[in-house]
Design a protein around this ligand. Sequence first.
Ligand SMILES: [Zn+2]
Length: 461
Amino acid sequence: MRIQFLGGVETVTGSQHLVEAGGRRVLRDCGLFQGKRDEARAINTRLSCPPAALDAVVLSHAHIDHCGNLPSLARAGYAGPIHATTATVALAGVMLRDAARIQEQDAAYLNQKANRQGLPAVAPLYTAADAEAALKLFQGHRYGDTIEPAPGIRVLFQDAGHILGAAVNVFELAEDGRQARVGFAVDLGRKDLPIIRDPESMRDLDLLVLESTYGDRLHDEATRAEDELGTAINRTLARGGKVLIPSFALERAQELLYHLANLFSSGRVRQVPVYLDSPMAVELTQIFGRHSDYFDAETQALLAQLGSILRPDWVHFSSTVEESKKITASDEPCVIIAPNGMCEHGRILHHLKHGVGNPANTILIVGFQAANTLGRRLVERAPRVKIFGDEFVRRAEVLTLNAFSAHADRNDLLAYVRQVQPRRIALVHGEPKIRAALAQALRAMQSAPVLEPQTGEVVEL
Ligand SMILES: [Zn+2]
């Protein structure tokens, strides 16, 4: 019985773990490695485990760094089952089709260049057809279900409290009369997030594989997000401005709609039009609406009270570019939620170009912005920013809200270990320095032995 750490080990992208017992193999997650183009291409093309050797795949959730390389697995001939919660199955459909579109566009762009230089054509990492092939293999389960994807390997799905449908899994392994229990809390969410329930605890683990993304820092309490959002909107509306929010399409956009429903219905914020300017976010929001059985008690109650929290009449879903342009041109006070993309591409750029110079407006940052992106320049409140090649003076207020995060912070991770009391811990899914800081904090509280595996390393059970 063994675990091999294949991806997303000393980094937060490309999560993959191989679980083996009695000669059977189950892959937990098959995430896309996202980074510099050539490095990403090399890592994503080289499948660490040949598809023919796999009995099954267990998928934790629909974030691309966990599900985004499943089409490569299907492209390489994998035809076994992919097990996930029913909500993850639905969300992954949208995410993987979008990922395939990006891969195809990327290859087309490279091929234009290759063509000019007389170089051989590049094939996309995977195509829409590969994504569809992978999606055909999905099987939906519920929290609390235990499945047996291969003889000697049983898997329990529990709520990760991370995004809709996200699961932490306990693998119960059996081999030659011996047993081992391995828990995967990768990714692990945090308590009090809107819409979804809090993370569930696991019990009696020989090994806990735990993420360490924010192992060295603390977020603001999730419960503060709504008040901070309300204050920022009120200040902007008092100035007659627009609130521009670059947002991830999955979970964060729906969280924002939930908070807005609360703020408007309680009268804390004057009701203004809200534009969800992202076809993908619109599609994902519809899926949320169909999975209200995954909602927590507060959200169920709000839903019963208001009838609709994600599709009320003040939300305008814009799917076409024409609709998007109309919103940009209008000067009415409103809230615009547009795809994040670190503000490097997509519809948010048009809104920013039109709105960044107006001191009445607020640009609200509610998600991670990587170095060397326009999003980061805004977070740093740069006085001038470049959009579509032109320089603009930034007069709009920029506000970063740190209460928004779907990941456990250092204290959440330590509390989780205290609650679960595993016999060994393996830290993954974190930059090396951050992971080391969490390992040190765990050792300081005299937890079970802490491993910091390298990519490719095997732990025997
Ligand atoms: Zn995630």
